[in-house]
Design a protein around this ligand. Structure first.
Ligand code: ATP
Ligand code: MG
Ligand code: MG
Length: 549
């Protein structure tokens, strides 16, 4: 269930309802173009659109905005559905494709021509751009602007029938070449493109432009509030002009509302650039755990709840801003703190031998899976153990409360041990630590209450599993400098792989996607690369929270 704070979009809807508009109910849509995988910015749009429909007990459509076949593919159609579902939203039977409206859209274009509101233009793309002018100069009318309705109808039908080559003619709306808004200077609404479409095949060789297809698809689906990002603000007059010109009733026709795009520090957020990362093999795929795609976050170990919570917390604003990535990390940490079982894993192992512990003994120590929880597991304790290399120091400063020669630490869920010897190889590298243990110091024992400053995580050397752990850092080193090629800003150390990590055996049968807190280390998730005898973990996020509210 989604928490719904009110926002300016909801205020607009409330006003509309008060004025008696949209008496049939509120109806939104999420309209991805299937030309890539969804990213966290799309998650914001999904939460707003589906969340708004939920709040008003209305409907939300999933609409594939597939009017530009060049970069579109069914792979993306499938991944988008998987991602929306995973985020926790359902469209039920409300899945649509803009390409299903190609006939109707063609009909609307014909109607505009018949009403003298559209014409076939033979200028080249470059000429059209020049004629449309700039912000400081007004546009110039095309010499083809005053073709007769009959001529336009014939030419448009010929365009449709494939009589002309790509780029030779377009259909333009006839609006106002002197408008201060360049969008309104006779925008192109249909272009010729002999390209195969992943749904309509070779039926069409003309395709509607986004600015034409979008408002009309909204109207066809009875959308009431067409929520989009700010860069479409200048397109709103065209959106309204088309609906007006085609006779849609102001009381029921859709209304475009713009909100600020999500931008996050250290994060690449455009499908075009994400595609560049995939195609250039800078990452292993769209679902590489470093990718800000929904599938990347899922694989990394983020929960849908944490992403929805993030989208809720950032709110919906009317001006662009940059959100600190620490806030997203804060959200997943909070969620996993509640949900993830704790286990012990040693990333960089150092062997410890308990010299006064019986050689072949293995005892199972009771360990709670979460603080204050009744769920427990058993962790094996044996004569040989591993601790973290960084938890031992031979020449330790005074405040070092981990293990040092002559010093004592408590092993979590187990005994107090004391370091008696440091064993080194010929080169002087430490190979193992010898310790003695206090047999009465485990829970329930006579000396269990002894105050010891440091508590370490550990695993049994005989009874542990070996795993590969992948540590991730941000893909972008610093905030993207638009002047600089973003590839030059990539962090060369965004993936660090550690082999031979040691982990307690309780995780042996866990499924891919299972999330844990590794005590003192952070949150980790079993990666899909895991195979029999090859356990792979992703670090989702560390324990330390750098998000300042
Ligand atoms: P990109 O530029 O990354 O390719 P897009 O806007 O072209 O994004 P679409 O598939 O057209 O991608 O987006 C579907 C919906 O998601 C649109 O309504 C769009 O406004 C919204 N959306 C895309 N990126 C963001 C973002 N960063 N923040 C919020 N909403 C977004
Ligand atoms: Mg788009
Ligand atoms: Mg795009």
């Amino acid at each position: 269930n989604v928490k719904l704070l009110s926002n300016f979009i909801h205020n607009i809807i409330d006003e509309d309802l008060k004025e008696g508009k949209y008496a049939e109910g509120i109806h939104t849509r999420f309209p991805p173009e299937p030309n890539g995988y969804l990213h966290i910015g799309h998650a914001k749009s999904i939460c707003i659109n589906f969340g708004t429909a939920q709040k008003y007990s209305g409907l939300c459509n999933l609409r594939f905005d597939d009017t530009n076949p060049t970069k579109e593919d069914v792979e993306y159609v499938d991944s988008i559905q998987e991602d929306v579902k995973w985020l926790g939203f359902t469209w039920q039977d409300r899945k649509f494709y803009a390409s299903d409206y190609f006939d109707q859209l063609y009909g609307f274009a014909v109607k505009l021509i018949e009403n003298g509101k559209a014409y076939v233009c033979d200028l080249t793309a470059d000429e059209i751009r020049q004629y449309r002018g700039t912000l400081t100069e007004t546009g110039k009318e095309s010499p083809y602007r005053n073709r007769t309705v009959e001529e336009n109808l014939t030419l448009f039908a010929q365009m449709k029938n494939g009589d002309f080559a790509d780029g030779t003619r377009v259909l333009r709306a006839k609006i106002d070449m002197s408008s201060p808004n360049i969008t309104m200077r006779d925008p192109v609404i249909y272009r010729i493109a002999h390209i195969h479409h992943h749904r309509t095949g070779d039926k069409w060789c003309i395709y509607p432009m986004y600015d034409f297809a979008h408002p009309l698809s909204d109207a066809i689906e009875n959308i009431t509030h067409s929520i989009c990002t700010l860069e479409f603000e200048e397109h709103r007059p065209l959106y309204n002009w088309l609906l007006e010109s085609l006779g849609f009733d102001i009381m029921t026709r859709p209304k475009q509302i713009e909100f600020a795009r999500l931008n996050i520090t250290n994060t690449v957020m455009s499908k075009r650039k994400l595609r560049q990362l995939v195609e250039g093999k800078y990452v292993s795929g769209w679902d590489d755990p470093r990718m800000p795609t929904i599938s990347g976050f899922r694989r990394r170990g983020y929960t849908p709840e944490s992403i929805r919570d993030f989208c809720e917390q950032i709110g919906v604003a009317k001006s662009n801003s940059l959100v600190d990535v620490a806030m997203l990390e804060h959200c997943v940490r909070e969620d996993l703190n509640e949900k993830a079982d704790r286990v012990m894993a040693v990333l960089k192992p150092l062997k410890v031998v308990i010299t006064n512990y019986p050689d072949d003994q293995c005892e199972y120590l009771l360990a709670d899976n979460q603080p204050n929880s009744d769920n427990h597991r058993y962790v094996p304790f044996t004569k040989e153990l591993y601790i973290e290399q960084t938890d031992f120091m031979e020449e330790a400063p005074k405040k070092f409360f981990r293990l040092k020669p002559g010093g004592e630490v408590r092993l979590k869920h187990g005994y107090i041990i004391k370091c008696t010897d440091v064993i080194k190889d010929d080169a002087g590298n430490i190979t193992e630590i010898h310790c003695t243990y206090d047999p009465d110091s485990k829970t329930g024992g006579a000396t269990a209450g002894r105050k010891i400053k440091g508590t370490l995580h550990w695993v049994s050397a005989q009874e542990c599993l070996t795993a590969q752990v992948r540590l991730y850092d941000y893909l972008l080193r610093e905030d993207e400098d638009p002047e600089k090629d973003f590839i030059a800003n990539l962090n060369p150390n965004s993936l660090i792989t550690i082999d031979d990590c040691k982990i307690e055996p309780s995780v042996a049968w866990a499924a891919v996607g299972t999330k844990y807190q590794f005590l003192r280390q952070g949150y980790f998730c079993i990666d899909k690369d895991t195979q029999k005898d090859h356990l792979v973990f992703n670090r989702i996020v560390g324990l330390r929270d750098s998000w300042a509210k």
